[in-house]
Design a protein around this ligand. Structure first.
Ligand code: GLT
Ligand code: MN
Ligand code: MN
Length: 388
């Protein structure tokens, strides 16, 4: 159906590492051949994506010579130019190389922490050269399996110092980066520091330049831990910190599956899309997922199309939800308004406090009211299943 065909105006992005995944897992060898970065650019543009994001080493191998780097970057830029694709977000691979096995910015080895800063500055240079204005920090190795090393508080301080250093570096270079911190509870470490969006929000407030920093929440990361991703995103929006979002899917309690967006938790995906659309989220919608390991290259592009199509279908469902008179009536019935009590409760004053303290409430009536949520939720299910 053409109406669910994406265009760049939808601001969908993928990572070189997502559609480029070769299907390796801890138990098995790759099942697909690598795709070159220029080819990925071409295919994503054909599918209607807005942009492609990358880690430094998705494009330039960690041991590349300067000449090799220049050739890879210039071929990539030519492809971006030819196909009109952008690079909105860049990040650093601080997790694959064995040097980072016990953390990057939170390593107990000062040499590793310094190397992580060097690698990130060079990667920020590359991202800027490619036009990125969002820079992501996913601390995959920033965590522990054992806490006997006694670095829990030090790690927080080292991480803070590193982010402050890099924000100053960005400013000194005239880069206009907005930084996004991406929480994950575990995997690849047994426990990763800053496991939730809320912990990132708390930490951002302790940085030297908190305005430069936001959160990059990811559907699968909260879902692994049994959390409700739409709730987490609402909190990030409320804090004015939703600068970027990673969309995918996941079964609760499993390993990091990175499933196609909407593949598993369709109801949470619906309420998430509704939240993003109702609040006019204007950042990138990045599909941080990959095709199933079972798939060949055709499966990779079916996966990419599916992520975008499902988002657009859920966006249409959200519009229908807002236009549906029966649903809107059930929503109105759910909320009880009382302008006098709302005025008294809005803000403290001695008079308001006194008025509330002396008020008589019909507690029994409050406890027996049926709010109609079963009816409202079934209307939502009917809508999602296409029965309305
Ligand atoms: C890795 C991780 C993702 C992060 C990427 C950015 S890499 O695939 O699982 O959630 O967003 O470093
Ligand atoms: Mn992830
Ligand atoms: Mn992610």
């Amino acid at each position: 159906m053409t109406e669910f065909t994406p265009t760049p105006a939808d601001q969908f992005t993928f990572g070189l590492w997502t559609v480029g995944s070769i299907g390796r897992d801890p138990f098995g060898e790759p099942t697909r051949k690598p795709l070159s970065a220029p080819y990925i650019v071409q295919r994503l543009a054909e599918l209607g994506a807005y942009g492609v994001n990358l880690h430094d080493n998705d494009l330039v191998p960690i041991d590349a010579s300067a000449a090799e780097r220049d050739r890879l970057v210039s071929d990539f830029k030519a492809a971006l130019n030819d196909h009109g694709l952008k690079v909105p977000m860049a990040t650093t691979n601080l997790f694959t190389d064995p040097a980072f096995k016990d953390g990057a910015f939170t390593s107990a080895d000062a040499r590793v922490r310094a190397y992580a800063l060097q690698k990130t500055m060079l990667s920020m240079d590359l991202g800027h050269e490619l036009g990125a204005d969002v820079y992501d920090f996913w601390g995959g190795r920033e965590g522990t399996e054992v806490d006997a090393g006694g670095k829990l508080l030090d790690s927080l301080a080292w991480f803070r110092d590193s982010l402050n250093f890099l924000a100053d570096y960005s400013e000194s270079q005239g880069y206009n980066y907005k930084f996004v911190l991406e929480p994950k509870p575990n995997e690849p470490r047994g426990d990763i520091f800053f496991p939730t969006a809320g912990s990132m929000l708390g930490f951002i407030a302790t940085l030297d330049k908190p305005d430069r920093f936001g959160v990059n929440p990811e559907f699968a990361h909260d879902t692994m831990a049994g959390l409700n991703f739409a709730h987490a995103v609402a909190q990030v929006i409320d804090a004015g910190k939703l600068f970027h979002i990673d969309l995918n899917d996941q079964k609760m309690g499993r390993f990091d599956q990175d499933l196609r967006f909407g593949a598993e938790n369709i109801k949470t995906a619906f309420f998430l899309v509704k939240l993003l659309e109702d609040t006019h989220y204007s950042g990138m919608k990045h599909f941080d997922a990959h095709a199933l390991r079972t798939e060949d290259e055709a499966g990779v592009w079916a996966f990419a199309k599916g992520c975008m199509r499902t988002y657009l279908m859920l966006k249409e469902k959200a519009r229908q939800f807002n236009d549906d008179s029966e649903i809107q009536a059930a929503l109105s019935a759910y909320r009880v308004e009382d302008s006098e009590l709302e005025a008294l409760s809005k803000k403290f004053s001695p008079e308001n406090a006194q008025a509330l303290k002396s008020r008589t409430f019909d507690r029994s009536a409050l406890g027996t009211r049926g709010p109609g949520l079963e009816h409202l939720d079934q209307l939502t299910i009917d809508l999602i299943l296409g029965m309305r």
